[in-house]
Design a protein around this ligand. Sequence first.
Ligand code: DOR
Ligand code: ZN
Length: 346
Amino acid sequence: MSAKTITIIKPDDWHLHFRDNGMLLETVPATARCFSRAIVMPNLVPPVVNAEMALSYRERILSARPNGSTFEPLMTLYLTDKTTPADIRAAKKAGIVAVKLYPAGATTNSDAGVNALDTLYPVFEEIATQNMRLLIHGEVTSKDIDIFDREKVFIDRYLCHLTRQIPELKFVFEHITTSDAVDFVLESSANVAATITPQHLLMNRNDMLDGGIRPHNYCLPVLKRSSHQLALRKAVQSGSKKFFLGSDSAPHEKNKKESSCGCAGCYSAWSALELYVQVFEELGALDKLENFTSRNGPDFYGLPYNKEQVTLVRKEWQVPESIVLPDGERIVPFYAGQTLQWQIAN
Ligand code: DOR
Ligand code: ZN
């Protein structure tokens, strides 16, 4: 008999994009619906490069919470070539928990990111000293490297060296997409963990390219071939403590996705938790769900588990075709128009 309800510790989302200003009135309530905390990406325009900017961004997020919500944003700092160890100390004092490394040009609003990773080792040392976490978008940006190989090449060029040089640095290899990344994380020490998105567990590159280009399934790192998808599914099925929930929910307006040069990102806040449940059920691994959604992340960050719980019921419902923003613009959510099997009970 398959379960009709599932009750778990209320999850956290260890990687997402809220954006800013008017968009927050959509994104913050959508996430607060099912997550107690979230690691908030700093790739705004301009990027969140110091403690002061992070604190004022935090205030804007808090103001967008629904009445009575206790949702807690966990703030991050955007690393640039100019970030100093003093910036890291100031960030720690301001309550910022993590520092985000975007290789310059790797993805949305990453132009101010890092050009020479090797020159930032003193900053990485300080991140370790301050017991903060480094969050790594692990793709090389060289145009001569095939886009499907950029994660593997990043491991070989940078991550192997980083783990050898600063073994005490706790870092998250974010939104991993390949068997190479799974193997790297499993072979590394307990200081290395990874987040995995719903789209990379549910899809492979055929779901983006077969029968027509599907821009709403386009994200970065790009979906890979099915053998990599299977490796990710095995990783979560294994119950390893090194993997945890990070939706990478990343809204872009409909016209910016459905374009001759469409933006990368899947806006999954409306369905992410339900889709993870679906994946764990398909894998016969519902007993591993709660650690992935609600314990492995806090353990890696040294934070307490949430006290609240959330219940999901087996009930069909349809993800909306589109969502209208306060300014009238539209967003097409991930899995738009599709029927899901699990729903959060109110
Ligand atoms: O698909 C993505 N969208 N990947 C990223 O790394 C960034 C994100 C965004 O900000 O839109
Ligand atoms: Zn992201």
